[in-house]
Design a protein around this ligand. Structure first.
Ligand SMILES: [Zn+2]
Ligand SMILES: [Zn+2]
Length: 240
């Protein structure tokens, strides 16, 4: 399998490419020669689809959708995407409400329920369901530089997710991107988490969505050039 992987944030509440719309939520397109996978769908399909159009992304070329968790800011764009793409396979945590799963199938998609860690396509994995109250899965992508972890809201805890990603991908972590969910965290808690990232040998970080400005600043200070400013329209190319 060709090794260049492009990660494009197509929906986020943080601005990066100012031609794109911002709204609360997250979606990231993962493109490799053989597959186009959308991780989360943002909060609404008009924003999602107009951002894709602005970036020249054809929504009918997406093969797979992976939903991190049930919150509307990650699942809200799915219905509108299914309306224009009738050949999607949608991976959801098994704990999703039955009604949600039935609706996805009624709209013509193939549904796959995820419980434990699994390989979605060669070299791209789900961490499996994590967490107790809000169940969430994260994405782990193998690249020549190491693993890339994409998180939705990181409700189960960003450090637990990184640890799980190392087990599932069985290798070093190159990049962690997405929502780290530290908006309400104390300075001490944030400092501990930044230390944990170093201990886990995470090489680069690109936090966005629900990470919070305090945590973003702390990661930027610690990571320097290995901190990647992230938001709607940011594309990160790994593997060349
Ligand atoms: Zn959430
Ligand atoms: Zn969220």
């Amino acid at each position: 399998v060709s090794s260049v992987v492009t990660f494009t944030v197509v929906y986020d509440n943080n601005a990066y490419n100012h031609r794109l719309r911002t709204a609360w939520g997250f979606a990231c397109l993962v493109e490799r020669e053989d597959v186009s996978l959308l991780f989360d769908t943002g909060g609404d399909s008009p924003t999602l689809l107009s951002n894709m159009a602005a970036l020249g992304i054809d929504p009918t070329e997406i093969d797979v959708v992976v939903l991190s968790h049930i919150h509307g800011d990650h699942t809200g764009g799915l219905g509108g995407l299914l309306a224009v793409n009738d050949h999607l396979t949608v991976y959801v945590p098994r704990s999703f409400p039955t009604r949600f799963k039935e609706r996805v199938q009624a709209l013509g998609a193939t549904l796959v329920e995820v419980q434990g860690p699994m390989e979605i396509v060669p070299g791209i994995y789900s961490t499996g369901e994590m967490g107790r109250s809000i169940i969430e899965q994260s994405l782990v992508v193998r690249t020549p530089q190491g693993l890339v972890v994409v998180t939705g809201c990181a409700h189960p805890g960003i450090v637990s997710i990184v640890e799980q990603a190392r087990r599932v991908g069985n290798g070093p972590i190159y990049l962690v991107m997405g929502g780290f969910h530290l908006g309400g965290a104390s300075r001490a808690e944030i400092a501990r988490i930044v230390d944990d990232f170093r201990r886990l040998e995470v090489q680069k970080v690109a936090p966005c969505h629900c990470t919070g400005t305090g945590a973003m600043r702390a990661f930027a200070a610690e990571y320097g050039e290995d901190y990647i400013a992230n938001g709607a329209g940011k594309a990160i190319v790994v593997g060349r």
